[in-house]
Design a protein around this ligand. Structure first.
Ligand code: ZN
Length: 291
C-alpha cells in the first residue's frame, strides 16, 4: 500500500478507486479520515491490520451483545422456517429480480442465514460466506444451505459463476472495497447483479446514526459512502449502477420513542425525499470485459 505522511497523518491511496489525490477530512473516534478528490469516498486513513480487526470484532459483536438479534433470527428459522426480511431487501431485490431456473446467489456476510433462507424461498440456489465461524456452525444444520467460512477475497468457491452477489451492510467494513469488487466481478457472470446496502453518509438525520453506537464508527466502519461516492465506486470498478437510492422509511431506526415529534417530522421529510435516510440500497450489474 502506498502510504505517505501529510501533516504527520499517514494517508493512503483511495481504497475505492486507487487515486492518490486524497485530502484529510477530520477524524472520528481518533481515526483520521481522508476523502478522495476523484470518487469522493470518505475512508479511514490508517485501518488496523487484519489480526487487530478480528480482536476488535470479537469484542464489539460478541461481548457487546450485537450477536443477540442473529440468535433471534436463527430461532425464527428453526421454528417458522424463515425470518422476516426488511422492506428494502424485499422490494429492492427479492420481489424485483426473479431467478431463472438454477440461478445461483452468493451472500457475503450471511450471518446465521436469514436472508439466504428468504432467497431460497424466492427460487434462488443460495450460498453464503461469513467471517464468523460461530454463526455458520450454529446455523448450517438448521437451514441446510451451503456456507463457507472466510472473506470473499480468500474463500474458495467452486460453484461460481453466480447470477447475483448480495452483501447487506458489509462494504463499510472493508479495508479495500476495490479489491472486494474485483473479486465479485470474477465470481459473477457477465451482467450479474451486485446488490448491497451501506450506511448513508449523506443522510440528514445523523442523530439516528449516532445512536447506533460503537458498531457504526471506526474501527468497525472504515468507509463512509454517499450516493455519489457509491455510484462512482461501481463505475470505477467494472460495474454499471442500476439504482442507488436512500432509505425513505425510518421505521426501524432508534430514537422514535424518546423524540416522537421530531422523529415524525424526520419521517415526513424522508418520505417526500427532502432528507435522505440513514441507509443506501444499491443494485449494479457487472460489465463484461476488462475494467
Ligand atoms: Zn477514490
Amino acid at each position: 500500500m502506498d502510504e505517505r505522511a501529510v501533516n504527520c497523518v499517514k494517508m493512503r491511496d483511495c481504497p475505492g478507486c486507487g487515486c492518490a489525490k486524497v485530502v484529510m477530512e477530520g477524524s472520528l473516534m481518533g481515526y483520521p479520515l481522508q476523502r478522495c478528490t476523484g470518487c469522493r469516498l470518505l475512508a479511514v486513513s490508517n485501518p488496523p491490520d487484519d489480526a487487530s480487526l478480528q480482536d476488535i470484532y470479537n469484542k464489539v459483536y460478541v461481548s457487546g451483545g450485537l450477536y443477540q438479534p442473529h440468535l433471534k433470527q436463527l430461532e425464527e428459522i428453526r421454528t417458522l422456517g424463515a425470518s422476516r426480511q426488511g422492506f428494502y431487501r424485499n422490494h429492492m431485490f427479492l420481489k424485483r429480480f426473479k431467478p431463472a431456473n438454477g440461478d445461483r446467489l452468493l451472500e457475503v456476510g450471511c450471518g446465521v442465514g436469514a436472508f439466504l433462507v428468504a432467497a431460497r424461498n424466492a427460487g434462488w440456489m443460495a450460498e453464503g460466506v461469513d467471517l464468523s465461524e460461530e454463526a455458520l456452525q450454529a446455523s448450517a444444520s438448521v437451514h441446510g444451505i451451503p456456507v463457507h467460512h472466510g472473506t470473499l477475497e480468500t474463500v474458495s468457491l467452486t460453484n461460481a459463476p453466480y447470477a447475483a452477489l448480495v452483501c447487506w451492510e458489509v462494504m463499510e467494513h472493508l479495508v479495500q472495497p476495490s479489491r472486494f469488487l474485483a473479486r465479485a466481478r470474477e465470481l459473477l457472470s457477465p451482467g450479474g447483479l451486485f446488490v448491497c446496502s451501506v450506511p448513508n453518509e449523506g443522510s440528514k438525520v445523523p442523530r439516528y446514526v449516532k445512536q447506533l453506537g460503537a458498531a457504526s464508527v471506526p474501527p468497525i466502519h472504515l468507509n463512509f459512502f454517499d450516493r455519489q461516492s457509491l455510484t462512482r465506486l461501481f463505475e470505477q470498478n467494472g460495474f454499471i449502477p442500476v439504482s442507488v437510492v436512500s432509505q425513505k422509511i425510518l421505521w426501524s431506526m432508534a430514537g422514535r420513542s424518546e423524540h416522537m415529534v421530531r422523529w415524525f417530522f424526520d419521517q415526513c421529510l424522508a418520505l417526500v425525499g427532502i432528507t435522505e435516510g440513514p441507509h443506501l440500497f444499491a443494485v449494479a450489474r457487472s460489465k463484461s470485459g476488462a475494467v
